[in-house]
Design a protein around this ligand. Structure first.
Ligand SMILES: Nc1nc2c(c(=O)[nH]1)N[C@H]1C(S)=C(S)[C@@H](COP(=O)(O)O)O[C@H]1N2
Ligand SMILES: [Mo]
Length: 383
């Protein structure tokens, strides 16, 4: 079989005029994804040299919803963009060592760009579908590769800027920037291809956005966890999956609040006897879905006051769940002290269901869902 040559690809659709237009939107999606991803990564860090804000309560819901929606919209955009440029892969090597070197460098940088972009979208989509066909830590790897991806995007845009400006500045049917071989009409017009691409990206947005935008829930066929769970809020990990059904329902359950030697142990009736607050706060999962709930429980600050924890102290929350990545979480001082941060005992006016974290769970404003620890056993000042 003969390796094809760049000149074998003759469709007029594969033009810089199309690539640049799709690339612009792809770049916007990648930019939004990158920035919202930085927010999410920082929010989940154990150390917050600069405090992560607790307001607006719906902040993380918006940034993480945008993260997943723009990442999903990027999939059709990336596919179309790659389709318009892949004949360049079959260019014959340049002559002369200087040109050859430049050629190798360019191909190398495009390889890094494509590989990292595909990795980001594939790992992100798999994660939002709760499918983990890998053994590496998702968050660390997705974060590290994000820097490689955004770095190669910036380099690529810088290198291509003259072509991009030329392409965006002239009509989409202008042939000035076409490869000499790209002369045959395609099955669609260029405008038609662009319209189909925007449509595909739009469908991807509508099909996922329902995870965060309730009115779209019924059309969001790609949205995971968009169905309703007990008490109107979806459940991520059930009590059975977390193996806490026995420990969470024992009658001798006690919440331990500890500050060194100062400790209190509170049963659920003890907790219910403390002053209760009710707050409207969302669960906003890193997978992008979110749902608002009306939570009632004890202010975490009131619990910490029982053992004289000074204001601004970071505390460690430990779940009854014995294994898994979310069994302990740090509740930073500004979150612990916020009036709206609760150890929730009830949702929508009913006792918390087992799957939502009975006997007690953390719910705080503007906090990634993974940190809203369910089945809480201990709240303590770390040694
Ligand atoms: N102990 C424990 N708490 C947990 C989890 C978990 O696996 N174990 N999952 C977290 C995640 S990823 C999310 S999105 C929220 C979901 O809360 P819900 O199931 O009540 O909607 O719980 C969080 N709390
Ligand atoms: Mo989550």
């Amino acid at each position: 079989m003969r390796i094809p040559d760049e000149a074998d690809f003759r469709s007029r659709l594969r033009s810089a005029a199309v690539t640049a237009r799709v690339g612009l939107w792809l770049g916007i999606c990648f930019g939004v994804c990158f920035l919202t991803g930085l927010v999410s990564h920082y929010a989940q860090n154990a150390a917050h040299p600069v405090p992560f804000p607790t307001s607006p309560a719906w902040g993380y819901r918006v940034t993480q919803g945008l993260h997943v929606v723009t990442g999903t919209a990027a999939v059709p955009l990336l596919l179309v963009k790659l389709w318009t440029v892949y004949p360049r892969l079959f260019r014959r090597p340049e002559r002369g060592w200087r040109n050859l070197l430049l050629d190798v460098l360019e191909r190398g940088s495009v390889l890094v760009l494509v590989a990292s972009a595909v990795f980001m979208l594939a790992s992100g989509l798999a994660n939002s579908a709760q499918w983990y066909p890998w053994s590496f830590s998702f968050r660390t790897t997705h974060y590290a590769v994000a820097w490689i991806a955004i770095g190669s995007v910036v380099l690529h845009v810088a290198v291509k800027l003259p072509v991009v400006r030329g392409a965006l500045g002239s009509d989409v049917d202008d042939a000035a920037l076409d490869r000499p071989a790209a002369t045959e009409p395609g099955v669609l017009t260029r405008r038609g291809l662009l319209r189909a691409t925007w449509l595909a990206a739009g469908v991807a947005v509508v099909a996922t956005a329902g995870i965060a935008v309730p009115p779209l829930r019924r059309v969001s066929v790609l949205g995971v966890r968009s169905g309703r769970g007990p008490q109107g809020v979806p459940v991520n990990k059930s009590a059975v999956a977390a193996r806490v059904t026995a420990s969470a329902t024992r009658s001798d359950y006690r919440l331990v609040v500890a500050n060194g030697d100062r400790q209190v142990a509170l049963s659920r009736p003890d907790l219910l006897a403390l002053p209760q607050s009710t707050r409207e706060l969302p669960i906003a999962c890193v997978e992008g879905w979110s749902a608002g709930g009306t939570w009632t429980g004890v202010r975490v600050r009131d619990l910490l006051d029982l053992v004289d924890v000074p204001a601004g102290t970071d505390v460690l929350v430990t779940s009854l769940q014995e294994s898994g990545p979310f069994t302990t979480t740090v509740l930073h001082g500004n979150f612990a002290d916020d009036d709206r941060t609760l150890l929730a005992l009830a949702l929508d006016g009913e006792p918390l269901s087992l799957d939502h974290g009975f006997p007690a769970r953390v719910i705080a404003p503007d906090r990634p869902g993974v940190l809203q620890t369910k089945w809480v056993a201990r709240i303590e000042v770390p040694a």
